[in-house]
Design a protein around this ligand. Structure first.
Ligand code: BG6
Length: 487
């Protein structure tokens, strides 16, 4: 009888290089698109606030803070200095008993300009050392190859993902990773949250909002190029490393019809297709789904394809699927439906759900639903690559952090993951998002904290940078020790 987590279940945590590493320009790193946020005129605070409307402080407060510090402020350039502190942090992960660690590889650390002839050896050495450290501590490595940051030079020189040249440069770069890190990585994930390209164009496909004549057209053309790159990488990985596990990922926007009105039920099917299935269908089935033809016609989107593109997509299907899961939303035909914030999108509000401090709708059962829906559709193993609660925490004078709200959140989601496993879904692992506090991706602040490890840095990047264990650290340690039996 299936009673829950299999004995080889992977328990871990996830971060991304641009939000954690710091080490800006250290050891030959080039500038990435995430290093530019706030500096890039197209990515200003107002825009971020509009998208993530619950930003913790006002523009005036932010500007004063910058002035006081006398520096220009690019939070991702500092991160939490994981680049220099990774040994200390990995020791904490290991103390918790984590057996998998997910992070991303920074393209501009390996190829500072993206089109350099030779890789930066120091960048490669860093990843060899860091991944070897994980192995030494008994952790598998789950490596994201592209998590929103590409070398800026590729955007200024070639137009980023608009240009097919970027596909070749990306594939060449990944070949170097496979050659140099193939023995250290257990799970490869070429592109973080594929559908981010649609909903957060700068992060996902390096398009500058307001600078495209036909934004929709540009987005889907870029996505097509990413699909091709993705498929080529999967195929190449399988050829170079026959036992490799290479997977796809989306930000999963779990969607329910707002009512049992047939119009709402139909809307839910469409929303799911356009926001979720389109991406996983291509990565898992190797072809564009039929339902997108009508969508493309409706928005006058014409994707430029070349002769071999269909074959390339067919030949590069994934071994597993992964997703981030933070919230669910409802689909409605009512244009005036109340909205609330969500990961990458504004979501339609569900009156039955509570929201987090940042307005995201918390729905543990939605995780079980998602796992069942995805497994039913593809029958591929699933990996929960991200899930967690972003909220502010208080560091007490004695160095403790009492985050029972985070424990409640994680507990309720892990319980539902267990139910899904008992339902028959094959789940490989769970990498909690932001296992250690990092710069948040939307608002770019430190006080939207996800970690079970607290990092003493404030929104202006000031603080000791010291690490402290939150109550949730000890709780998660126990969950891992008992393989989820004592939830
Ligand atoms: C996901 C991203 O979309 O959401 C992460 O992959 C991000 O990079 C996470 O940090 C949470 O979003 P935020 O804006 O709260 O950091």
């Amino acid at each position: 009888m299936n009673t829950g987590f299999p004995k080889d279940f992977l328990w871990g945590g996830a971060i991304s290089c641009s939000q954690a590493d710091g080490g800006f320009l250290q050891d030959g790193k080039g500038v990435s698109t995430q290093d530019l946020r706030y500096l890039n005129p197209a990515w200003n605070r107002d825009e971020v606030e509009e998208k993530h409307h619950n930003s913790p402080f006002s523009k005036a407060e932010f500007d004063t803070a910058l002035k006081d510090m006398g520096v220009e402020f690019y939070p991702n350039r500092r991160g939490i200095d994981f680049y220099n502190k990774y040994k200390e942090d990995i020791a904490l992960f290991s103390e918790m008993g984590m057996n998998v660690f997910r992070t991303s590889i920074c393209w501009s650390r390996i190829f500072p300009n993206g089109d350099d002839v030779k890789p930066n050896e120091k960048g490669l050495q860093y990843y060899r050392d860091m991944f070897a450290e994980c192995q030494k501590k008994g952790m598998k490595v789950f490596a994201t190859i592209l998590h929103y940051d590409i070398p800026v030079n590729l955007v200024t020189k070639y137009g980023g993902w608009k240009n097919r040249k970027t596909i070749d440069l990306f594939v060449d770069y990944v070949k170097v990773l496979f050659e140099n890190l193939g023995d250290l990585v257990d799970y490869w994930l070429p592109i973080n949250e594929f559908n981010a390209g649609r909903f957060a164009p700068w992060d996902g496909v390096c398009l500058i909002p307001g600078e495209e004549e036909n934004m929709n057209q540009a987005i889907f053309q870029c996505l097509h190029h990413q699909f091709l790159a993705h498929a080529r990488i999967v195929k190449m990985g399988h050829e170079m490393m026959p036992d490799s596990q290479i997977g796809g990922m989306i930000a999963r926007f779990t969607t329910y019809p707002a009512t049992c009105k047939p119009e709402d039920a139909l809307q839910a099917i469409h929303d799911d297709q356009y926001a979720n299935w389109f991406y996983t269908d291509i990565m898992a089935r190797g072809k564009y789904p039929k339902y997108m033809e009508r969508y493309f016609d409706r928005f006058n989107i014409k994707i430029q394809m070349e002769e071999d593109d269909e074959r390339i997509l067919r030949e590069g299907t994934v071994d597993y699927l992964s997703f981030s899961y933070y919230f669910s939303q409802v689909a409605t035909s009512d244009q005036g439906w109340e909205k609330t914030a969500g990961n990458l999108i504004m979501a339609n509000k569900n009156p039955y759900l509570e929201t987090s401090e940042w307005g995201w709708q918390m729905d543990p059962i939605g995780l079980r639903i998602t796992l069942n829906q995805m497994y039913d559709r593809y029958e591929l193993p699933l990996f929960i690559a991200e899930n967690g609660l972003g909220t502010s925490d208080v560091l007490e004078v004695d160095g403790s952090i009492h985050d029972d709200y985070r424990i409640d959140y994680l507990k309720s989601h892990i319980e539902q993951m267990k139910e899904a496993i008992i339902d028959g879904v094959e789940v490989l692992g769970y990498t909690m998002w932001g296992i250690i506090d990092i710069v948040s991706c939307g608002p770019l602040t430190m006080d939207k904290r996800y970690g079970v490890i607290y990092v003493d840095l404030d929104n202006g990047g000031l603080g000791s940078g010291n690490r402290y264990k939150k109550d949730s650290f000890y709780w998660y340690k126990h969950i891992i020790e008992t393989n989820g039996k004592e939830l």
